[in-house]
Write a protein that binds this ligand. Structure first.
Ligand code: PAD
Ligand code: ZN
Length: 378
């Protein structure tokens, strides 16, 4: 490729500071260094985690501005750095915000999918050698989640990437890079929903709807979907929900409504919004004895949930998930293959195709709880 080894000038959405719209800028993307890969991004979903950071509600106070957001992308390898053996120009790939190095203690364990190898540098928005590959107006621009896919080109570590079936449509399977995998895996891997069980899911964005889909795939008998937007009822039912609750229609707390409906609570509850109030509600909506709550939504740093320890004494448990528990490099290509065999819904999650200039409008839709995923096609 004529561009290999040289900087590439391209367009990207730059987030300069919190609580301000991103701006579309011309940036320079440096060539990949050792064990890094430069990718031409083809498509990218807009996830609520990008919005939370932009709105100043990041889960990690260490993040550095300016940065290029985006972590739900798919693209084609443009060039590779020294020592990269797994990828070559032209490979179809999905960047992984949750890497898989297969070397750290966490990767060697079957108990978690959280890789520790480059966690610190990802958190502060730099590549593993502590520098950035992006420059805008002469100033370094930080990376985000090790992916930064709101850019025509990006550079990622080779452990933050996986190769996928080249026949898969990139403008669709980009959603397997975050929302779909997270929710689907929360039900199948993290909760391990049993056949015949009763589940409830708070928040019906891509993550919550994928959770509903996972509960259905696991054979749940009842799936109660909870959202403030009445338009989500029909959507949730398409993905497998059996009932819908709009908290605005009730003057009782939702845990009381669900307790009545289920005669004592659910086997599994999932919070897919990122609010401490709904995490608490989900927890008190699971039944005594064995009820389990999965925290999927991401809460801003510093917030805490208030729960009586007595609620644990009687056998309820609570855990959480990052990327639905999938070991990313192995899991994502398999999910793409499932989609290609028509065994995983993906197209149904796309509510709008946009171009890069529409990214602030896509954030507004998420702020209002509208639609499911807007996908940027570069
Ligand atoms: P989204 O904005 O598309 O969906 C959120 C939904 O919640 C919308 O339908 C809202 O109407 C609804 N909602 C908002 N407030 C309430 C409320 N008080 N009661 C009921 N419903 C409400 O978000 P998303 O699906 O992109 O992401 C959802 C969360 O999951 C968010 O916190 C995001 O950061 C997190 C996430 N976690 C992971 C992970 O690995 N754990 C991955 C990806 C996203
Ligand atoms: Zn996401």
């Amino acid at each position: 490729m004529a561009t290999a080894g040289k900087p590439i000038v391209c367009r990207a959405a730059v987030a300069w500071e919190p609580k301000k719209p991103v701006t579309i800028e011309t940036i320079e993307v440096a060539p990949p260094k050792a064990r890094e890969v430069r990718i031409k991004v083809i498509a990218n979903g807009v996830c609520h985690s990008d919005l939370s950071v932009l709105d100043g509600k990041s889960w990690d106070p260490r993040i550095k501005w300016p940065m290029i957001l985006g972590h739900e992308g798919a693209g084609i390898v443009e060039s590779v750095g020294e020592g990269v053996t797994e990828y070559k120009e032209g490979d179809h790939v999905i960047p992984l915000y949750q890497p898989q190095c297969n070397e750290c203690d966490n990767c060697k364990s079957t108990k978690t999918n959280i890789c520790n190898k480059i966690r610190q540098t990802i958190a502060i928005g730099v590549m593993p050698d502590n520098t950035t590959r992006f420059t805008c107006k002469g100033q370094p621009v930080h990376h985000f989640m090790g992916t930064s896919t709101f850019s025509e080109y990006t550079v990622v570590a080779d452990i933050s990437l996986c190769k996928i079936d080249p026949a898969a449509p990139l403008e669709k399977v980009c959603l397997i890079g975050c929302g779909i995998s997270t929710g689907y895996g929360a039900a199948l891997n993290t909760a391990k929903v049993d056949e015949g069980s009763t589940c409830a899911v708070w928040g019906l964005g891509a993550v919550g709807l994928a959770t509903v889909m996972g509960c259905k795939a696991a054979g749940a008998k009842r799936i109660i979907a909870v959202d403030l937007n009445p338009e989500k009822e029909e959507l949730a039912k398409q993905f497998g929900a059996t009932e819908f609750i709009n908290p605005s229609d009730h003057d009782k707390p939702i845990e009381a409504v669900i307790g009545m409906k289920t005669m004592g609570g659910c086997d599994f509850t999932f919070e897919c919004i990122g609010l401490v109030s709904t995490i608490r509600s989900a927890f008190y909506s699971c039944r005594e004895g064995w009820g389990k709550t999965i925290v999927v939504g991401v809460v801003p740093a510093g917030q805490e949930v208030s729960i009586s320890p007595l609620a644990f004494n009687v056998g309820r448990t609570m855990t959480g998930t990052v990327f639905g528990g999938w070991k990313s490099k192995e899991g994502v290509p398999k999910l793409v293959d499932l989609y290609m065999k028509n065994e995983l819904m993906v197209d149904e999650f796309i509510s709008k195709m946009i171009d890069l200039d529409g990214v602030n409008d896509a954030f507004d839709l998420l702020r209002g709880g509208k639609g499911i995923r807007s996908v940027i096609k570069f």
